[in-house]
Design a protein around this ligand. Structure first.
Ligand code: B16
Ligand code: MG
Length: 219
């Protein structure tokens, strides 16, 4: 058996990836650039500031912003995001997730969160899922975000589990890269187009079945 499951938050446990997209879209619209879902794929899993930089790169007239102005823009995006997540609760847990968490606990498998979000603790609390987690890694605990493996290795190190005995679950290309770099088994939630580097890929979270994941891990 694997000894630890490390879950990404946005896009795996709950559909906040959508809310991040809406919030960035609103900010970008205000700056006169439009972003679509295709572009948004590269923002998934990366930090707030790095995401902003990607958007500003879209238009040469946007490189003029000072550091301070960029911080203000990033804060503004977070204000939009916080409005969107205000009302989330346990009904926003994606299908299959709580079942998988329960299975982990039943079998004494350690559970950690590996999120790039500064809002991770709040979101997990609102979902009522904090009780399942032995350790939470969010933006405050790592120096190098995804695709660097630090988010995942920090979780495993704290739990005292060898990397090869960990399974990481991610919806972002940068996240799968991070899990692979950590020498863990990567489970992707999404399309082959974006996540072809996942060790095991499912189309959506309802297909995250414990026995099936473990079977692939053992192969
Ligand atoms: P925040 P995850 C990531 O969370 C999101 O995928 C990414 O879109 C977002 O920019 C990042 O968190 C930072 O979030 O602005 O809330 O600090 O997928 O790693 O759980
Ligand atoms: Mg994600």
């Amino acid at each position: 058996y694997p000894q630890a499951f490390i879950y990404d938050l946005d896009g795996v446990i709950t559909d906040t990836a959508e809310f991040h997209f809406f919030a960035w879209k609103k900010l970008a619209d205000g700056l006169g650039v439009s972003i679509d879902r295709q572009f948004n794929e590269q923002l998934k899993g990366i930090s707030r500031m790095d995401s902003l930089e990607q958007i500003l790169k879209l238009n040469s007239s946007l490189v003029r912003f000072t550091k301070e102005e960029k911080v203000n823009l990033a804060n503004q995006k977070n204000v939009y995001y916080l409005e969107l997540i205000e009302s989330i609760n346990s009904t926003n847990i994606l299908p299959g997730i709580e079942c998988l968490l329960k299975k982990n606990k039943e079998l004494n498998i350690k559970v950690a969160l590996g999120s790039a979000s500064k809002n991770a603790v709040q979101v997990l609390n609102q979902l009522g899922l904090t009780k399942y987690f032995d350790f939470i890694v969010d933006a405050s605990k790592v120096k190098k975000g995804k695709p660097n493996p630090e988010t995942f290795t920090t979780a495993a190190d704290h739990l005292g589990i060898p990397y090869s005995s960990c399974i990481g679950i991610e919806d972002a290309a940068a996240g799968i890269e991070a899990i692979n770099e950590a020498n863990m088994f990567s489970v992707g939630v999404g399309t082959i187009e974006h996540l072809s580097h996942a060790d095991y890929l499912v189309g959506d979270t309802s297909k995250l079945v414990f026995e099936e994941i473990v079977k692939r891990y053992k192969e």
